[in-house]
Design a protein around this ligand. Structure first.
Ligand code: M6R
Length: 608
């Protein structure tokens, strides 16, 4: 989704903004632009295409100035084009605005503004903003923005500059992420922390309906009633290195290889010296657990797939049924959430619009809300009653990998902690699972060491148009994640099926050479899977099996087997997903695709 960056200080706004936008590229975009105050006027440079296009134009025609706003646009209203790129201006070009989000009532606002003489140059919803702010601008930019946003429905993070105020930057937020970086005699606004990290570690998280006013080297933040609010400055502890490629060709490869470390961090940081789980930001007592009658897990995409494994874990350890739902379905459906419900939201970014809406829906119904997220201070984290932070570090590649495995581990730890508190497992089982979880980093590493042989398998897939993934139980959920990984970055159509469902229709699709990835890590279901693999093999499929070492049964019926170390059925998913991530990565890289920024996708889906 779109990224915004703004700068006010003494440095070169254009250089700083381009650099900041480059750190937001992971969000996905199709055009980029800047508006810089050159001391007299606002100069705009904006282009369809990658940031490099904009950067090279700015190299040819530099714009001097220490105040500016910049934007990477992910098209929603209107095609990717120079005209639709941000920033957008009002008629006399005295105001420039960048925007991330969607203005839902833009059609009516646009008609009204056209009736009042505004001329529109783009098809975007955003363009109503400079005209609207201009309409209310009676010489005070802050007041004008404050008034304008009261007429807007939808979501926004905006940055605004005015020709008449060379030392003033105004920004506002509603349902789209926005942070402020506080430097020495300089301030930054941005959609995400990596954009400012080169310049400062001091960050302020902006809440919904807050308005930022930076002028005369001072920052003030107001709520929607125009009351000044005190904000805490948060110190970012992670390094910019954690958000750079570190020698890998793609972030995805780097992030896949970080999994042993981040899984270890996620687990070990939650264990006390006795080796028991301590969940810092979760304050659900034994008594409160007894009052929880329904548990829901709600998320989108990969996080949803982690949620399904969370369901398996909670049901197995706590012996209570869990409903897992896709956030965009949950928020509009009759979900039966009430004050005796615990709703667990899973989100890497903590900003996904549908997940956030599901959270608010659950809170309105009186449920207790626990989030599992990777981003400290994200909207979902802040609005939840309890939070479990995954320790995955910044995940830049659009395809989620390390966030997924740490989400599963986190949900398992929550399940273990709740189960021991609720008395549904004994201490021995609890200790035994924790001991085995501590072996996960080593097991994942042993799969990473097979990357080259998995690359060989990938070569056989690059010219295929379809692939199928099969599994039973937890392996079915894993198959869905494996298929999502392949399709989103390699553009090969991939579908996952519960292996037992094959003969109810899907098997008709199998033909000579169709790649089938069969996930067979559940000992209790192995023989059933062997039969399913035989069925597809007999119809010409090229079968790539993922199985535990020692499960030789599968070898006889597969074309290739990728073995994972022997580990319990319960923990196997955390390891078994890794060969599927590596496979998808190699297929995409071998096809020469932009692995980290797949077409049409954005890292952080902050609009509905
Ligand atoms: O930030 P979130 O975890 O809430 O994002 C949810 C999905 O958009 C995300 O998991 C998406 O499916 C992945 N990028 C796919 O790899």
């Amino acid at each position: 989704m779109c990224g915004i960056v703004g700068y006010i200080g003494k440095g070169s706004a254009s250089d700083i903004i381009i650099d900041g936008l480059s750190k937001l590229e992971y969000r996905g975009y199709d055009s980029a632009g800047v508006a810089i105050h050159n001391g007299l006027n606002i100069e705009v440079e904006k282009h369809k295409g990658r940031l490099d296009v904009l950067a090279s134009e700015l190299e040819k025609n530099p714009i001097e100035g220490s105040l500016g706003i910049g934007h990477t646009r992910w098209a929603t209203h209107g095609e990717p084009s120079d005209a639709n790129s941000h920033p957008h201006l009002n008629n006399d070009k005295s105001l420039a605005v960048v925007h991330n989000g969607i203005i839902e009532n833009y059609v009516e606002l646009k008609e009204e503004l056209i009736g009042e003489g505004s001329e529109f140059l783009s098809q975007t919803d955003t363009e109503v903003l400079p005209h609207l702010i201009s309409k209310y601008n009676k010489g005070n930019l802050l007041d004008a923005v404050m008034e304008a946003v009261t007429h807007v429905r939808g979501s926004y993070a905006i940055g605004v500059i005015s020709k008449n105020s060379p030392g003033e930057l105004v920004a506002a937020r509603k349902d789209s992420p926005l942070i402020v970086g506080v430097g020495k005699e300089e301030f930054f606004i941005a959609s995400d922390i990596p954009a400012v990290l080169k310049y400062t570690r001091d960050v302020i998280f902006i809440e919904n309906d807050e308005i930022i006013h930076i002028k005369d080297n001072k920052i003030k933040i107001y709520d929607k009633d125009k009351k000044e609010v005190e904000k805490e400055i948060f110190k970012v502890t992670w390094d910019i290195e954690a958000a750079s490629k570190g020698g890998y060709d793609f972030y995805m490869d780097k992030e896949i290889h970080e999994q042993p470390t981040v899984i270890k961090d996620t687990i070990e940081r939650r264990l006390n010296p006795e080796g028991d789980i301590v969940l810092d930001n979760i304050n659900i007592t034994k008594e409160q657990l007894k009052d929880i009658k329904k548990i829901f897990i709600v998320a989108c995409g990969t996080a949803y797939h982690a949620g399904v494994l969370g369901k398996h874990a909670i049901e197995k350890l706590m012996r209570v049924p869990v409903i897992v739902d896709i956030a965009s379905e949950f928020r509009y459906g009759e979900n039966f959430v009430d004050e005796n419900s615990l709703v667990i939201l899973v989100s890497q970014s903590g900003e996904t619009a549908d997940t956030l809406a599901a959270l608010r829906n659950a809170k309105e119904k009186g449920a207790r809300v626990l989030s599992v997220t990777n981003v400290v201070g994200s909207s979902i984290a802040r609005e939840s009653d309890d939070v479990f932070y995954t320790w995955a570090g910044p995940e830049i590649s659009v395809a989620s990998t390390k966030a997924y495995t740490t989400q599963i581990v986190s949900l398992y730890m929550i399940a273990l902690d709740f189960a021991i508190k609720a008395g549904t497992i004994d201490k021995e089982t609890y200790k035994n699972i924790i001991d085995n979880m501590l072996k996960l980093p080593e097991c994942v590493q042993s799969v990473l060491d097979k990357s080259e042989s998995i690359k060989d398998i990938a070569k056989s897939m690059i010219n295929k148009n379809n692939a199928f993934y099969l599994g039973r139980g937890a392996d079915f959920s894993l198959s869905q994640e494996g298929a999502l990984k392949l399709k989103e970055i390699s553009y090969i159509h991939a579908e996952a099926f519960a292996a037992g469902e094959l003969k109810h229709g899907t098997i008709a699709l199998i033909e000579e050479g169709t790649p089938v990835v069969a996930v067979s890590t559940q000992d209790t279901l192995l023989e059933k899977m062997v039969s399913n693999v035989q069925e597809v093999k007999a119809r010409g499929a090229f079968v790539i099996s993922i199985a535990k070492e020692g499960n030789n049964l599968i070898e006889g019926v597969s074309d290739r087997v990728i073995y994972i170390p022997k580990i319990s059925d319960f923990l196997a998913p955390v390891v078994a997903v890794v060969p599927m991530q590596i496979l998808a990565y190699h297929v995409s890289a071998l096809k020469g695709l932009d692995v980290d920024k797949p077409r049409n996708l954005a890292k952080s889906v902050t609009v509905e």
